[in-house]
Design a protein around this ligand. Structure first.
Ligand code: ATR
Length: 273
C-alpha cells in the first residue's frame, strides 16, 4: 500500500493522519498515513530513509519546514516564495518535489467562509514563516492593499519588499495602522504564550472579518478579543488545516477530496461541536 506520513516534533497530536485517512476513504484511494517524530537533528536522515523504503510522499510541519526546503530536489514556485516546504512528493521519475500548500489552504478556507479578497484591504499580523507562506496566495487574489504589521517592524518591511513585485503590499507599525480593514489575519504565534498582538481595538468593527491561523477547542485569545470589540465574523485555523491537507492530497494523488464533511468530523473529534 502507498505510504505517506507527517514529520514534525512534537507531532503526536497532529490531526493529519485523521484528515488524510478520511480523504482516502472518501476518494477510494488505497494508502496509509502515519506520524514520524525524529530528533531535531535527525530529520534529514529520517526523510531519506522514508523515501528509500518506498514512501510516496509526506507532510512536514514545525520545526522542519525550512530544512525540508533545502533537502528536496525541486521546488514549486509557491514553495520557493514561502522558503518552506510542507508537502513532499516522490515523482514517477524519482524526483523529490517540495511544495507548500499552507497559503492555498488559507485562501481556500477564507473563500469557503464567503470572504471576498478581491479589492479588499487586508491586514496581516506577523512576519514569520506563517506570514511568508500566506503572502503570494493572498496577493494572487488581487486585494486593493495588503498591510503587514509585526512586533519587529524591520521584519515586516523586509517581507513587504520581498513580495512587492506580486501586488500592493506595504509594512506599517502596529501604532500607526490606519483602518478601515476588511480582513485581519493573525499569523503570529502570540496565542502560544497566551498573548495578543498589540492591535488597537478601534480597528475592529462589525463588518470586519477576523481570521486566526491558530485553533483550539475554544476561541483563541485573538478571536475572543476581536468578538469583545464587535467583530461578527471570526474564523480559526482549523479550516486552513483541512484545506492545506486537501491541497497536499491533490498534489500526491491527482484527485481533490471534499473538505466540508471532513472538517465537520474533525470538529467532532476535537470536541468543538
Ligand atoms: P511561524 O513560523 O509560526 O510564523 P515564527 O516564524 O517564529 O513562527 O514567527 C512568529 C511571529 O509571531 C513573528 O512575526 C513574531 O513577531 P517578531 O518577529 O517580533 O518575533 C510574532 N509574535 C510572536 N509572539 C508575539 C507577541 N506576543 N505579540 C506580537 N507578535 C508576536
Amino acid at each position: 500500500m502507498d505510504r505517506y506520513l507527517v514529520f514534525g516534533h512534537p507531532v503526536r497530536h497532529s490531526k493529519s493522519p485523521f484528515i488524510h485517512t478520511l480523504f482516502a476513504r472518501q476518494t477510494q484511494q488505497e494508502l496509509e498515513y502515519g506520524l514520524a517524530e525524529p530528533a531535531v537533528d535527525e530529520f534529514a536522515q529520517a526523510l531519506c530513509t522514508f523515501f528509500d523504503q518506498g514512501g510516496k510522499g509526506c507532510n512536514v510541519t514545525v520545526p522542519f519546514k525550512e530544512q525540508a526546503f533545502t533537502l528536496v530536489d525541486q521546488l514549486s514556485s509557491r514553495a520557493k516564495r514561502a522558503r518552506a516546504v510542507n508537502t513532499i512528493k516522490l515523482t514517477d521519475d524519482g524526483v523529490l518535489l517540495g511544495d507548500n500548500t499552507d497559503g492555498a489552504g488559507l485562501v481556500a478556507d477564507l473563500k469557503s467562509h464567503g470572504v471576498t479578497l478581491a479589492d479588499s484591504r487586508i491586514l496581516l499580523l506577523g512576519a514569520g514563516g506563517a506570514a511568508r507562506g500566506a503572502l503570494a496566495p493572498l496577493l494572487a487574489e488581487l486585494p486593493s492593499e495588503l498591510v503587514i504589521a509585526n512586533r519587529t517592524h524591520t521584519k515586516a518591511q523586509q517581507l513587504a519588499a520581498e513580495f512587492c513585485d506580486l501586488g500592493p503590499v506595504t509594512a506599517q507599525t502596529y501604532e500607526l495602522l490606519a483602518g478601515p480593514f476588511d480582513l485581519v489575519i493573525n499569523s503570529t504565534s502570540a496565542s502560544l504564550q497566551g498573548e495578543l498582538p498589540p492591535l488597537a481595538p478601534g480597528l475592529i468593527h462589525a463588518d470586519i472579518a477576523i481570521y486566526d491561523m491558530m485553533y483550539g477547542a475554544t476561541d483563541t485569545p485573538f478571536i475572543g478579543w476581536a468578538k469583545q470589540h464587535g467583530a461578527r465574523q471570526t474564523m480559526d485555523g482549523l479550516g486552513m488545516l483541512v484545506e492545506q491537507a486537501a491541497e497536499a492530497f491533490t498534489v500526491w494523488r491527482g484527485i481533490r477530496p471534499g473538505t466540508k464533511q471532513v472538517l465537520r468530523e474533525l470538529k467532532r473529534n476535537l470536541g468543538v461541536i
